[in-house]
Design a protein around this ligand. Structure first.
Ligand SMILES: Cc1cc2nc3c(=O)[nH]c(=O)nc-3n(C[C@H](O)[C@H](O)[C@H](O)COP(=O)(O)O)c2cc1C
Length: 273
């Protein structure tokens, strides 16, 4: 269906998440960028090719969009399910569904308004009207169904129907969450913030903070310690353009406590004059 289908680059369904060493396991304090370990893949040599710099107030929003969406990656994405005051259901994908705080448990979603018409997203209108919604994390197995819900269909068209995704009844809110998702959050509107152009009252975006009232997590993606296993979740994120990313590998880097590195930092510090 999409322009990228059957490109001769078949999806690698065998790939799975694996944990490796970090890129520079022997990194030392004050080392900065280590010398290249892989010849021909020199991060430093790339830097020496120079910089291109933009003054963002000089370029149009049309140019800012592809620049920022390809710079700030990967962006978490999720399906947001909401309902109008008349009970019309809505389902759409949104990026930048960030975990803002855990106490209280808050997530954020940013809704853009159409540049020319100023029309805002149905999901945003629903959330502001009903003060509730659900968020379902997107995983590889149902990404096509999730993606189709971004279609700019009229408000009375049900994206649940188009996608073939299944409603799972929520406990605390009216909007269902997506049964195919391994994770569903039931949320209440906590705060909304209208974003205007500098020195203008023109609203271009609305930032919504949602209070997570209830979390549903599939038993099968949970580890023994009660966290979610990334290998089983197979979460998808957003890159620039229409590109999605998979999570194929991870590595751990401990957060060093000051007391562990203190002596090394102080003994290695340059002497003061
Ligand atoms: C992966 C993905 C991420 C998206 N993220 C956003 C977003 O963060 N903010 C936004 O306003 N629209 C975003 N969109 C576009 C909306 O999904 C699209 O405009 C949709 O039609 C909105 O539906 P609604 O008007 O029913 O709420 C995204 C689309 C995709 C495919």
């Amino acid at each position: 269906m999409g322009r990228n289908d059957n490109s001769g680059r078949p999806f690698n369904s065998a790939a799975s998440f694996r944990v490796t060493d970090p890129p520079n396991p022997n990194w030392q304090l004050r080392q900065g960028l280590p010398d290249d370990v892989e010849p021909g893949k020199s991060w430093k040599a790339e830097e020496e090719k120079g910089w291109k710099t933009w003054d963002l107030s000089d370029i149009s929003p049309r140019e800012v969009y592809p620049l920022l969406t390809s710079c700030i990656v990967p962006r978490p994405i999720a399906l947001v399910s909401s309902m109008s005051s008349d009970g019309i259901p809505n389902l759409a994908p949104f990026r930048g569904v960030f975990s803002v705080a855990h106490n209280p448990p808050l997530l954020s979603i940013s809704f853009s308004h159409a540049v020319r018409t100023g029309k805002s997203k149905d999901t945003k209108e629903n959330i502001l009207a009903t003060k509730e919604f659900t968020v379902s994390i997107m995983s590889e197995p149902f990404i096509e169904a999730a993606n189709i819900t971004c279609v700019d269909a009229p408000a009375d068209i049900d994206e649940w129907d188009i996608s073939g995704l299944t409603r799972s009844t929520s406990i605390d809110v009216r909007s269902p969450w997506v049964k195919e998702s391994a994770i569903g959050f039931e949320c209440e509107l906590f705060h909304s913030y209208e974003i205007c152009l500098p020195n203008s009252s023109e609203v271009t975006n609305t930032l919504v903070l949602g209070l997570i009232k209830r979390a549903h997590v599939r038993e099968s993606v949970l580890t023994a310690s009660g966290t979610v296993d990334p290998a089983k979740l197979r979460a998808v994120s957003r890159l620039g353009g229409d590109m999605y990313a998979r999570i194929g590998e991870g590595f751990e880097l401990a957060r060093p406590p000051w007391k562990v590195i203190r002596d090394q930092v102080i003994s290695g510090a340059p002497e003061s004059e």
